[in-house]
Design a protein around this ligand. Structure first.
Ligand code: F6R
Length: 614
């Protein structure tokens, strides 16, 4: 939610650095954007509503030479998307300017307590109050003023602050929202996320909660609220810059779908030893005794990550015989889960910043549970706070709809479940080897499928042409039921078509009433599945009521051809491995449907990539 960027250097290039950084952060929010630079000891502030393109148009007409500035791309929480509510915000005299990612929970209280006689605020945001408080308390030292006012503030923040009295520095602060410092030569940067900094430096400091930093072109000083100096490790980030570019693809999402054979392989690398029939995940610190004694697992995530959790239940229960519960992170802490030292809690999050997932992790830790985080973003809050962290190794995921992170999350879950199944003597070495072989073959099968995805484009065209009621049902059973949920989620978020995922056996208990001759029903019918014949019966039930079946089927399935005109064939896989393959076809179906409808695939309306607010 919201992205911030800041630059201080010797070149008068701040506007370009900030704008390019905002482009890389746009996935975090895109309802408005703005930037502030200091030129001739005064702020120049430029803001616009809508996507960054609009800001670019203004900047092209108003280039300003400046060597310091901050910028922001917004996902509205307090106040509608408008120029007034867009960041940066200033105090009334325009001598302090700030950008903010997060939520100030006590902003109303602060407004009434400290600003009684203040003129009317310029925006409806929770952020503006910080600029006024800073001005009110400012005594020739911005860093000290920030330290002082942060004692008054409750909530989450990544802040970037400048002041005309000290025009050579940016002060930034972090609490429960990501903030990274990029170290250059004669120039330094701040940003919400790694890709915005990669064109300039690989040396980065990941600020920790409570850190407040003063940044000039030559120096970075990190302190806490009590003015103690904090020494933070400088990390060298090896991400490939190309991974955060479109690389010839029309959209990030398409590129990320096509990257999956590679990202799954990277996730397996140095963890699966195919010849020895062994899995070794070195990040996991438990010994074999602990694995033998795991009595219960609780898996928590949001959205797509939650769907990965639902699949994990099948795998932990079938391979390792460990009872597993799965929770939506935003519900978890409110349902009063029974947590104790014997429970292992696994949290799944691409961004590692999702507020509800982070809160679930904290609750689990406070109850003494062992925890594992499956994350993609290095050094994110969740990965830092969990006792164990396994990274998905897929590089930056920029498309708002999660694709490659999901299949890598599944890859990790397969490895954990198989490894623990073997260690708990629930799987023989032969069985382990068989599953490992099936897993190992997945990247090349996805590659084969993606090379010939004409079926998918055809179905997407039919959706767009024939669908007149804007509703689609996705049906799956057993381990592909969560994939029906995921397929429906992808379609609705990208193409604004109401799509619902259902366990096919439940169709008779309600949704069947929706079926008529305009209704498309996407059914996942894997021949290798124990519920294949039941899925085929469900398809017949749809057809008997005039519904139009679109079937995801295995390439060698001859029988299915007679069931529908619309079949998407995918390579054959083993029953338990199939979700990692079926989901790719549904990702692509959602992608093409959105493209054919003319929507912005990478930045669907109202969404943001990392949901750092509750
Ligand atoms: C859907 C999607 C979201 C995320 C969810 C969790 O395509 O991307 O549903 O999966 O917001 O995000 P992370 O994994 O960052 O915790």
């Amino acid at each position: 939610m919201c992205g911030i960027i800041g630059y201080v250097g010797k070149n008068n290039n701040a506007i370009n650095v900030i704008f390019k950084g905002l482009k890389k952060l746009e996935y975090r929010g895109y309802d408005s954007a703005g930037l502030a630079v200091i030129a001739n000891k005064k702020f120049k502030i430029i803001k616009s509503v809508g996507k960054l393109y609009n800001l670019d148009v203004i900047l092209k007409k108003n280039f300003i030479n400046a060597n310091i500035g901050i910028g922001h791309t917004r996902w509205a929480t307090h106040g509608k998307p408008s120029k007034e509510n867009a960041h940066p915000h200033t105090d009334f005299t325009e001598s302090i300017v700030i950008v903010h990612n997060g939520i100030i929970e006590n902003y109303i209280e602060l407004k009434t307590k400290f600003m009684k006689k203040a003129p009317k605020f310029k925006s409806e945001t929770d952020t503006e109050i910080i600029a006024h408080l800073l001005k009110k308390n400012y005594k020739n030292n911005l860093l000290h003023t920030v330290q002082k006012i942060l004692t008054m503030i409750k909530g989450s923040y990544a802040l970037g602050i400048m002041c005309t009295e000290e025009p050579d520095k940016i002060v930034c602060a972090k609490q429960d929202a990501s903030l990274i410092i990029g170290l250059g030569k004669g120039e330094n940067f701040i940003a919400s996320d790694i890709p915005a900094l990669l064109p300039y430096t690989r040396n980065m400091i990941f600020l920790e909660n409570g850190d407040i930093a003063e940044i000039t072109a030559e120096k970075v000083i990190i302190k806490d609220i009590k003015n103690n100096v904090k020494i933070r490790e400088i990390k060298n980030i090896q991400w490939d810059t190309m991974q955060s570019e479109k690389n010839g693809y029309k959209h990030f999402m398409l590129k990320e779908i096509f990257e999956q054979p590679h990202t799954i392989e990277e996730t397996f690398r140095d963890r699966i030893y195919i010849n020895e029939g062994k899995i070794h995940i070195k990040e996991i610190k438990f010994d074999e005794k602990y694995v033998e004694n795991i009595s219960n697992i609780c898996v928590v995530g949001c959205g797509t990550a939650y769907h990965a959790g639902l699949i994990s239940k099948f795998l932990f229960e079938n391979f390792a015989k460990i009872p597993t519960e799965v929770d939506i992170a935003s519900e978890f802490r409110y349902r009063g889960p029974i947590l104790n030292k014997k429970k292992l809690v696994i949290v799944i999050s691409q961004s590692g910043e999702t507020a509800d997932t982070l809160a679930a992790l904290r609750l689990a830790k406070s109850e003494g549970c062992e925890t594992i985080a499956i994350c993609n973003v290095i050094d994110s809050s969740i990965s830092r706070e969990s006792t164990n962290v396994i990274y998905t190794q897929c590089g930056p995921e920029i498309g708002v709809a999660s694709t490659k992170a999901f299949t890598s999350q599944l890859s990790i879950i397969y490895m954990l479940a198989l490894d623990w199944g073997y260690k708990r003597k629930k799987l023989t070495n032969e069985e382990l080897k068989k599953y490992l072989k099936e897993l190992w073959e997945i990247p090349s099968k996805i590659f084969q499928f993606l090379k010939k995805s004409k079926d998918v484009r055809n179905v997407a065209k039919v959706f767009v042409k024939k669908m007149n009621k804007n509703k689609i049902l996705y049906l799956g059973r057993h381990i592909n039921y969560p994939i029906a949920l995921e397929g429906a989620l992808k379609l609705k978020e990208l193409s604004y078509i109401h799509a619902e995922g259902y366990a096919a056996g439940e169709m008779k208990h309600g949704p069947i009433a929706l079926i008529d001759k305009s209704m498309f029903v996407v059914a996942i019918a894997m021949k290798s599945s124990r519920v294949y014949t039941k899925m085929v019966s469900n398809i017949e039930e749809v057809k008997a009521r005039g519904g139009i079946a679109v079937i995801i089927a295995e390439r060698d399935d001859r029988e299915i051809a007679s069931k529908s005109k619309y079949i998407i064939y995918i390579p054959q896989t083993g029953e338990f491995i199939s979700p990692i393959m079926t989901v790719v076809s549904l990702q692509l179906l959602a992608y093409y449907t959105s493209v054919f409808l003319g929507y912005d695939v990478d930045q669907p309306r109202n969404l943001a990539k990392s949901v750092t607010v509750e």
